[in-house]
Write a protein that binds this ligand. Structure first.
Ligand SMILES: [Zn+2]
Length: 248
């Protein structure tokens, strides 16, 4: 298919225009016009680019691309190395940040809910990025934490009373620990995100709402893969998802 057609389709599917974001969503580095093979991954790291080149991909789709608000605007050092490789190989780089977090079926929050068996019931917060839902059967914080470890293949950082019963949960994938403040005012048992900051320990202890940091990468590896699978089916594209391990 044509690159432009792919870009238009995803733009509509993820309602890209609806979001205020910290980086451009859509085509970030232009490559060839014709796309047959796509590679998906969480972050457009050098390792992902090298792997995509060795697999003769025509486009790389990621959740974390480039050109973030506030970052150095020059193309030097590691950024130069990455972009030089992309341009030399004529590979397209497309990135979808908040629109991919938010999509109701393919998005990171939706995919994480599926993985953990959470039933979504509501959304709240900035651009409705935090989801709220329930476990079909309540379990102790300790048991839920072990469940998260098994499902995401990584032990989470869990703060709270291990025996506390967990039924209602709010979650937002990635680096969304700052939303714990707002979430802790709601009637929930636990807040789950990817990363932690120092303040979350005190807030969890003082509010009684448990906190789980299950990994930024680990909570965001499912959305971009689901998008890739969807595109492969829809347009008969070849698709490979590369899950390059990241302990953070
Ligand atoms: Zn992220």
């Amino acid at each position: 298919m044509q690159r432009q057609e792919l870009e238009n389709y995803i733009g509509q599917l993820l309602a890209v225009a609806r979001f205020k974001d910290y980086a451009p969503n859509g085509l970030q580095v232009e490559g060839k016009d014709q796309i047959n093979k796509i590679v998906t991954g969480v972050t457009a790291s050098q390792a992902l680019i090298d792997a995509a080149i060795s697999q003769s991909a025509d486009a790389i789709l990621v959740h974390h691309g480039y050109f973030w608000k506030g970052e150095d605007q020059t193309i030097v050092r590691t950024k130069k190395q990455r972009i030089a490789k992309l341009l030399a190989a004529d590979i397209n780089l497309l990135a979808y940040h908040l629109p991919l977090d938010a999509h109701e079926t393919l998005g990171n929050n939706a995919q994480l809910a599926q993985k953990l068996g959470l039933i979504p019931t509501a959304r709240f917060g900035e651009q409705e990025l935090v989801w709220r839902g329930e476990l079909p059967v309540p379990m102790s914080l300790d048991t839920f934490s072990q469940h998260v470890a098994i499902q995401l293949k990584r032990p989470p950082l869990t703060i709270g009373n291990p025996g506390k019963a967990i039924r209602t949960i709010a979650w937002c994938t990635g680096g969304a620990q700052s939303y714990f403040r707002e979430a802790s005012n709601l009637d929930i048992d636990c807040y789950l995100t990817g990363e932690a900051s120092e303040f979350v320990t005190h807030l969890a202890q003082e509010s009684g709402v448990a906190f789980i940091a299950a990994g930024h990468h680990a909570t965001e590896r499912y959305g971009i893969e689901a998008l890739g699978k969807h595109l492969a089916q829809e347009f008969n594209l070849e698709h490979t998802h590369l899950d390059l391990d990241n302990p953070v």
